[in-house]
Design a protein around this ligand. Structure first.
Ligand code: SF4
Ligand code: SF4
Length: 227
C-alpha cells in the first residue's frame, strides 16, 4: 500500500489560484485507507474549496486511481470532468500521474497529497515501510528484513560501528536492522548467510522510469507509443 499525507491546504489553494471550477479525484484504495483520499476527504475538500470561492463541479472515487482505464471511463462519460478548469487529485503520485495522462494536456492536474512509501499494513491505520522497491531483492539472505530499507544507511553488509545496545545510531528509537537480521537468522540456524559478503547493488536494474509489459497487447501498445 502507498502511504500518503495531506498537503498543506494553503499550498493546494496556491496551486489552484485563478481557477474557478475544479473536478476532484479520490482513490478508494490506499488513499482511502490512509484517510487522505476517500469519500470523507473528498467532502471535506469540497467544503474547503467552496469556502474559498472555487466551485467543485464533480468528483470521482475509483477503486484504484492508478488504473488508467478506470480514470478514462470517467473522462469519457463525465463532461463536467473534461470541462473543469483544473483537476485536484487526492491520491498518491501514481494516481495523479494517471489522471494527468488521461486528460487533455491543456487541462492542469494538481496533487492534494504527498506520497511517502510502500507500506506493510500491520493492521488498520498502522503502517510501516519494509521495501524500497530496489529491483534486486536480498531478503533471502537477511531473514526477510530489508537492510536497504530498514537500515537508514542502506548497508548491505552490516551492522555499522554505530550500533549501541541493539539500537540504531541514526534512528535511536529503532532497533538496528542488522541486529534484528542476526537474531532472526540465528533462530533459523542460518547464521552462515552472514559470512557471505553481499556485492554492491546493481543500480542499473533500478533505472527509472521502470515498466513491465506482461502481455502481447501491452507490448504492442508500447510499440505504438514509441512510433
Ligand atoms: S531488497 Fe529490500 S528494497 Fe529491495 S526488493 Fe527486497 S525488500 Fe524491497
Ligand atoms: S546502527 Fe544498524 S540500522 Fe543503524 S545505520 Fe548502523 S547498521 Fe544501519
Amino acid at each position: 500500500m502507498i502511504i500518503t499525507k495531506k498537503k498543506d491546504i494553503k499550498a493546494i489553494l496556491a496551486s489552484l489560484e485563478g481557477k474557478k471550477t475544479v473536478y476532484l479525484f479520490g482513490c478508494n484504495s490506499c488513499a482511502e485507507q490512509c484517510a487522505t483520499g476517500g469519500e470523507k476527504e473528498l467532502k471535506e475538500m469540497t467544503a474547503i474549496l467552496e469556502e474559498n470561492g472555487i466551485k467543485v463541479v464533480g468528483a470521482s472515487l475509483p477503486e484504484e486511481t492508478c488504473y488508467r482505464q478506470l480514470v478514462l471511463k470517467d473522462y469519457r462519460n463525465k463532461p463536467e470532468f473534461r470541462e473543469a478548469e483544473a483537476v485536484l487529485v487526492l491520491a498518491c503520485g501514481a494516481g495523479v500521474r494517471t489522471v494527468a495522462d488521461s486528460v487533455e494536456e491543456t487541462q492542469p492536474v494538481f496533487p492534494a497529497l504527498d506520497s511517502f512509501f510502500l507500506a506493510t499494513v500491520e493492521r488498520v491505520g498502522r503502517f510501516f515501510e519494509g521495501c524500497s522497491l530496489c529491483g534486486e531483492c536480498v531478503l533471502d539472505a537477511t531473514g526477510g528484513i530489508c537492510p536497504h530499507t530498514e537500515c537508514p544507511k542502506g548497508l548491505l553488509n552490516g551492522p555499522c560501528g554505530g550500533v549501541a545496545h541493539g539500537k540504531c545510531e541514526v534512528n535511536i528509537e529503532c532497533d538496528c536492522a542488522w541486529v534484528r537480521i542476526y537474531n532472526r537468522l540465528e533462530k533459523q540456524g542460518r547464521l552462515d548467510a552472514l559470512k557471505k559478503i553481499t556485492a554492491p547493488k546493481d543500480h542499473s536494474v533500478g533505472i527509472r522510469p521502470r515498466k513491465v509489459l506482461l502481455r502481447e497487447s501491452a507490448r504492442s501498445a508500447d510499440r505504438k507509443d514509441k512510433k
